[in-house]
Design a binder for this molecule. Structure first.
Ligand SMILES: [Zn+2]
Length: 132
């Protein structure tokens, strides 16, 4: 019998005259403690333990719920503002990074072109001189 079947038997209250359950408990402390906890909670229910009646419970609950309703309307607005601010910063940052990179790349390419041209013309002129 596996743990699932054992727990099902415990919950459906088929524990009393079952040797297979006791055998399972010997090898499975988890099911044994489940059985103990289940039995303890059933016993406390049978003893009829109840909370003391609180006349102001409803009015306090109602006030709490109204407070939550008000703050619930407020918090999502802050969240929305915060998230849209993040998105704006992210987009602006992306544009800035893109501009910076492309500007630098352009100047880098220009620099390389200038160097290439000057080196090439130098070579060319050197060669021209040597040919002569
Ligand atoms: Zn078990």
């Amino acid at each position: 019998m596996n743990c699932k079947e054992v727990k099902y038997k415990i919950i459906s209250n088929e524990v009393s005259d079952d040797k297979t359950l006791e055998n399972h408990f010997k090898n499975c402390p988890e099911c044994e403690s489940f059985q103990a906890k289940y039995q303890a909670s059933i016993n406390s229910l049978k003893q009829g333990k109840r909370t003391v009646n609180d006349d102001f419970f409803y009015s306090r609950l109602k006030a709490k719920m109204e407070n939550q309703k008000q703050s619930a309307g407020f918090i999502p607005q802050i969240k929305l503002a915060y998230v849209s601010m993040l998105i704006i910063f992210a987009v602006a940052g992306g544009i800035a990074i893109g501009n910076f990179a492309s500007n630098n790349l352009e100047s880098y390419n220009e620099l390389n072109q200038n160097m290439l041209v000057s080196n090439y013309t130098n070579d060319l002129s050197d060669n021209l001189f040597t040919i002569e």
